[in-house]
Design a protein around this ligand. Structure first.
Ligand code: XMP
Length: 326
């Protein structure tokens, strides 16, 4: 039997009752696989790794060691939520690594998008490996691989795979949600008691805000981007759009334009609002947002975010535009 193939008889998990059944089965399976050994998990706070963490905490408690690496490119409040939910509420064995300075120092002056992605990916592996080495007696590595990852990439999880573990740290994998589709992972997450904002999180790229602070990242522009993004999310939430729009975020590009503030000339950044609907991210359309909502978001960003004098709404579909700006 191919363990990476979803059996045709497997029922789609659409209800809390089916999720409970799945959770019970997986708890038993994980306990049988792991015994009294320790398991390491890179916990980003995204849906997949969060659901795996909650499931493993239920199955093996403190035998799970979660490592949350804050690369300094998280959205506002995200690392805090990981610490609150897994550290405080679930009392997990959680190691929090604030690697902000390491990442931002390595990225300083780097403008090429692919080079930025490579630096972020490589640094992540390095920080995670350093933490892994500090742990004694780890035998397993848990991963939030889901079924589309297996279908798309021949079993290699492109985005979540921490990969690149040195030879002496090769662990056996624990992948409890690898046969589930994303909607099923969300149903399981809700049944495990994870907060709605975690379970229904929109997709967020691994390099995080790094690809939305275009060109060479600076700390001041990154700060403005994070604040603008938080305002957009808050207002979309209040308007009931969070579950209706597939992905939405802000971009702060590395160019300025003239503005006027307090009677004086300013030379500030624009904030670009990006919102898209799509089925598979291969093509995407732009929703017709309510004018009053756009105006409210604009007013708030201009009043609350430093260094910004314009707000733009990107009307470009994919293609020819991509969803992200770089
Ligand atoms: P594009 O910009 O290619 O984005 O239209 C399609 C989807 O992929 C996400 N994306 C990424 N996700 N690492 C990721 O994990 C990346 O480097 C990356 N680049 C784009 C993007 O957010 C969108 O959902």
């Amino acid at each position: 039997m191919d363990l990476n193939k979803r059996p045709e008889s497997m029922e789609r998990i659409t209800t809390a009752a089916l999720a409970e059944k799945f959770i019970d089965e997986q708890v038993a399976a994980v306990r049988a696989q792991v015994g009294d050994k320790k398991v390491l998990l890179a916990l980003s706070g995204g849906v997949d790794s969060s659901v795996v963490a909650a499931l493993l905490i239920k199955a093996i408690g403190k035998q799970l060691v979660c490592v949350h690496v804050n690369h300094g490119l998280m959205r506002k409040g995200e690392s805090e939520q990981v610490i609150e939910v897994f550290g405080a509420q679930m009392d997990a064995n959680l190691i929090y690594v604030d690697a902000t300075d390491r990442f931002l120092d390595k990225l300083a002056g780097v403008a090429d998008p692919e080079t930025k992605r490579k630096i972020i990916g490589a640094e992540f592996i390095e920080v995670f490996n350093e933490e892994a080495r500090k742990q004694e007696g780890i035998s397993f590595l848990a991963q939030g691989t889901i079924y589309p990852d297996i279908l798309e990439s021949d079993g290699v999880k492109a985005h979540h795979n921490v990969g690149g573990l040195p030879e002496d740290m090769k662990f056996e994998l624990v992948e409890p949600v690898k046969l589930l589709y994303k909607d099923e992972v969300r149903v399981v997450g809700a049944a495990l008691g994870l907060p709605d904002s975690m379970v229904n999180r929109q997709p967020f790229p691994g390099p995080g805000l790094g690809v939305r602070c275009t060109g060479a990242i600076t700390r001041d522009r990154l700060h403005s981007l994070r604040e603008a993004d938080a305002i957009l999310r808050e207002e979309f939430d209040k308007a009931g759009l969070t579950k209706q729009v597939w992905q939405f975020f802000t971009v702060v590009p590395d160019f300025r334009s003239t503005g006027v503030r307090d009677g004086k000339r300013a030379w500030d950044w624009p904030v670009i609002i990006r919102a898209v609907n799509t089925v598979d991210a291969m093509t995407a359309t732009v929703p017709e947002l309510d004018w009053a909502l756009l105006k409210k978001i604009t007013d708030r960003i201009l009043a609350e975010v430093p260094g910004v004098c314009r707000v733009l709404y990107d009307l470009s579909p994919k293609g020819p535009a991509t969803i992200e700006w770089e």
